[in-house]
Design a protein. Structure first.
Length: 352
């Protein structure tokens, strides 16, 4: 049985569906990431699970029991907010101990649990300091400690690293991943940062306009996105519009046999990762218009003979002109759903 089940979950504001018939399960010990653009319903979903918002429909169940009648303080959840929400007039120790005090835990237990959790997040020496005396990363770790000290079954994180600079954000991701592995706590992590989701999650749930577009492991989300939206949103992708004509898919310089399920005259989209494009004999002609050196690889902007542009990522030399081949192509039909994946054997039939 799943630890958490969301069934037909719905939330509306002013007759606008923010979350629409959402169904998903979270296993014990899993890190699930809710990924999507701003306004897609990620934070609303998290706040319904925490009990800060009441759903307009559906159910939230933990261990098979509904949480809908439980107020936030009685739910076995802890929440870390984007803005930390530490009380500035309280010391770190009192910020972390606050929830235990509300639950009327014995003083000796509070002392021990606060001590243990501050050691867990690597800040035992900060107990007597105040939030204003801490760096952004330290404040975020204290906010995490305040949630963990309650020993929740489920930890909810709402873009907790959004206010940190890039270098600190990466370090905090690594620390959270290490902590989760040590403690084994179940997490739901909200973000619009694709790299964050790919690094942290066991599974990623991609949301769009209140709907679930795809839920899968990070590798599958990246390598086999189920819809055109997911393909465009996760990572960098070359998208070429085309159509099915006379038994072929025609898009830019590509011509190849039609994947099953596509009809003559149907519009299609080809999706190609930049790392799946390489200079090679037998490809189609391109001209290099720009090269950016990004350290461990180079990003080339290429122009095709039709005037379209493609991005290619490579660690090798980039000529000013040459022939380019794709090693893998995703094909999306008019519905926006994945119709086929063309691997090297199929792509050998491409006619430049």
């Amino acid at each position: 049985m799943a630890l958490l089940e969301l069934t037909h979950l719905q939330k509306q504001y002013a007759n606008l569906g923010v979350v629409r018939d959402l169904n998903l399960e979270v296993a014990e010990g899993e890190v699930l990431c809710l990924l999507g653009p701003s306004g897609c319903g990620k934070t609303t979903t998290l706040r319904m699970v925490a009990g800060f918002l009441q759903p307009d429909g559906g159910d939230i169940r933990m261990d098979g029991k509904s949480l809908l009648r439980l107020p936030p303080e009685r739910r076995p959840t802890g929440m870390v907010f984007q803005r930390y929400t530490l009380w500035p007039h309280m010391s770190v120790w009192h910020n972390v101990a606050f929830g235990l005090g509300l639950r009327r835990r014995p003083r000796a237990e509070i002392e021990q649990r606060v001590k243990d959790v501050l050691e867990l997040v690597g800040l035992p020496e900060m107990a007597r300091r105040y939030p204003a005396q801490l760096s952004g990363g330290q404040q975020q770790r204290i906010a995490l400690a305040r949630a963990l000290v309650l020993e929740p079954r489920l930890l909810l994180l709402d873009e907790p690293f959004a206010n940190l600079d890039a270098q600190l954000r990466e370090r905090m991701r690594d620390e959270l991943l290490s902590l989760q592995r040590r403690v084994g706590i179940t997490m739901i992590f909200v973000t619009h940062d694709q790299a964050e989701a790919l690094v942290l999650a066991h599974r990623i749930a991609v949301m769009r306009e209140g709907n679930l577009e795809q839920i899968a492991a990070p590798d599958e989300i990246y390598n086999r996105p189920a819809t055109r939206f997911v393909a465009a949103f996760v990572g960098t992708m070359n998208l070429l519009e085309g159509k099915v004509s006379a038994g072929q898919v025609i898009a830019g310089p590509f011509r190849f046999p039609v994947p099953s399920g596509l009809k003559d005259g149907e519009t299609v989209t080809l999706a190609i990762r930049p790392e799946d494009l390489a200079f090679a004999s037998g490809g189609f002609p391109v001209r290099t218009v720009q090269v950016a050196n990004l350290g461990h690889y180079r990003r080339a902007t290429l122009q095709t003979s039709e005037g379209g542009e493609l991005l290619a990522f490579t660690g090798g030399e980039i000529p000013s002109e040459g022939l380019v081949q794709a090693s893998r192509v995703l094909v999306y039909g008019a519905s926006g759903k994945l119709a086929g994946v063309l691997e090297p054997q199929a792509l050998a039939q491409v006619k430049p």
